[in-house]
Design a protein around this ligand. Structure first.
Ligand code: NAP
Ligand code: G4F
Length: 334
């Protein structure tokens, strides 16, 4: 049997690192696309362990540069293309709205065009998001819930979502949207609230300054009233792979179906280390957003029924995994 080949854009990101592991375990040839970074070695920390695998190749490319994507598709003739590249931080999207639009919408069109022109039978996965629901119109959110994005990140991703549907309907491309709710892991970026909390809790436990203010044990946060449906990145990338194994392209919500507040997260993370977060958390306007998404809760019935997907991590296991991992990483620095 011919060895399958998959391209993953945004290869050094959280999700791409887990997806590459999943595909390599299935004997794929994996081509990761990374944009140039002047800090290449430190930027590649999530995929450093994959670099010596002969089935893992890294190519320099940027999804806003159509020439680079066309070249990579033409060279590798992939069976599957996972577009995970994005300006993925909602908070930053108000500071860089145009850049966010170009990457999160224009970049999707570049990937789809490359496939249409060069390899139209490639199966395409678009990393869509629960941020499309924004100011939610019903709860829980399903594949048919109307969208109401609340940020430049959200409205750019909305265009990416519809570009994916449009290339499916216009050209018959096997193009699928995974509408993924928040998913985290020990590899999550430190700017996202989950990892910001688990990292700070571990630092406080070990007596290492959190680094936010002059007070060594302070954790400044924004709106801690918001609620999310948090799962694990590895489980969610398993769902992405399952979607592209289907004959017919489709759009799927991926979520745990369980709602938790940031207060629950603080209780769990600090509590796991015998700490009380109320002694450390302060409010800082800087971390508030011009428009907030108060609540996101997904209904994963469709993917469970049609693809048999089940998450293996619950909220407790996810938070404990993240806190323990931060503790292990930081112990050498205490
Ligand atoms: P992440 O860790 O921020 O990874 C995104 C990657 O995209 C980064 O490595 C980044 O490169 C790369 N990138 C940014 N602009 C690029 C460009 N123009 N060309 C090529 N690469 C570019 O995010 P993630 O959590 O793994 O998320 C993966 C995807 O899923 C994103 O599209 C995100 O919007 C979407 N999503 C995530 C979640 C979630 O909860 N994690 C939920 C729904 C949807 P640098 O390392 O150079 O910055
Ligand atoms: O962790 P967050 O930054 O994630 P957010 O905005 O939900 O976005 C993530 O999930 C989306 C899927 O729904 C993805 F599409 C997106 O790419 C990203 O992965 O913020 C979560 C909540 C927000 O309500 C925010 O206002 O936490 C609140 N929050 C409160 N204090 C904070 C902070 N968020 C951050 N990042 N930092 C704070 O200090």
């Amino acid at each position: 049997m011919k060895q399958p080949c998959a391209i993953i854009s945004g290869a050094r990101g959280q999700d791409a690192s887990y997806l590459a592991e999943i595909l390599l375990e299935k004997n794929y040839r994996v081509v990761g696309i990374n944009r140039r970074s002047s800090a290449r070695d430190s930027a590649n920390w999530r995929i450093a362990h994959l670099m010596s695998n002969p089935n893992y190749i890294v190519e320099l490319g940027d999804i806003t540069d159509s020439g680079s994507i066309n070249r990579i598709v033409a060279t590798y003739q992939p069976d599957e293309f996972y577009n995970l590249a994005a300006q993925s931080f909602v908070g930053a999207s108000w500071n860089e709205p145009y850049h966010t639009l170009i990457v999160n919408a224009g970049g999707v069109v570049n990937c789809l065009e490359a496939l249409r022109q060069v390899k139209p039978d490639t199966k395409f996965y678009q990393a869509s998001t629960s941020e499309l629901y924004g100011k939610v119109q019903e709860t829980p959110q399903t594949e048919t819930t109307p969208f109401y994005p609340r940020s430049p990140y959200g409205f750019a991703k909305l265009a990416g979502y519809w570009a994916t549907v449009n290339y499916r309907e216009s050209y018959g491309i096997h193009a699928t949207n995974g509408i993924l709710f928040n998913h985290e892991s020990p590899r999550r970026g430190l700017e996202f609230v989950t990892r910001k909390i688990t990292d700070a809790a571990a630092k406080i436990k070990l007596g290492i300054p959190t680094g936010y203010t002059k007070r060594a044990d302070e954790l400044p946060l924004g709106n801690i009233e918001s609620k999310r449906d948090w799962g694990h990145s590895r489980d969610f990338m398993q769902a992405a792979w399952l979607m592209l194994q289907e004959e017919v392209p489709n759009d799927y919500v991926v979520a745990t179906g369980k709602l938790h507040s940031i207060r629950d997260l603080l209780d769990k993370a600090f509590g796991h280390l015998g700490l009380d977060w109320r002694n450390h958390v302060t409010k800082d306007e800087k971390f508030w957003r011009p428009a907030e998404v108060d609540l996101l809760l997904g209904d994963p019935t469709k993917i469970k029924k049609l693809l048999g997907w089940e998450p293996s991590y619950n909220f407790h296991a996810l938070v404990v995994d993240m806190v323990d991992s931060d503790l292990r990483r930081l112990r050498g620095k205490a």
